[in-house]
Design a protein around this ligand. Sequence first.
Ligand code: FES
Length: 83
Amino acid sequence: MSRTVTVNDVQTFTYGEEFSLLDSMEEHQIRVNYSCRGGYCGSCKVKLTAGKVKWVQDSLVPLEDDEILVCCCVPDGSIKLAI
Ligand code: FES
C-alpha cells in the first residue's frame, strides 16, 4: 500500500517504515514542532485534512476531531496534513 503524505498542499513524500509521521517528516526535512515525542506535550499537533491515520502511541492531550499528533500516528493510506 502506497502511503503518500502531502503537507500544506505543497510538499509531498512517501511514508516508509518510520516509527511515526514525525520521524518521517524529519527524514524528509519538513519542519514541524515537537518536544516530548510521547503524546503528552501537544507540540506536534497538526490538522489531518484528508485520509486516515493509525495511532501507535496514545494522545494525552485534548484534540479536535481533525487534529492528530504526528509523534503518535502513522498514515493509513495516503493523507493530507496542514501545519
Ligand atoms: S511531540 Fe509531544 S505530543 Fe508529539
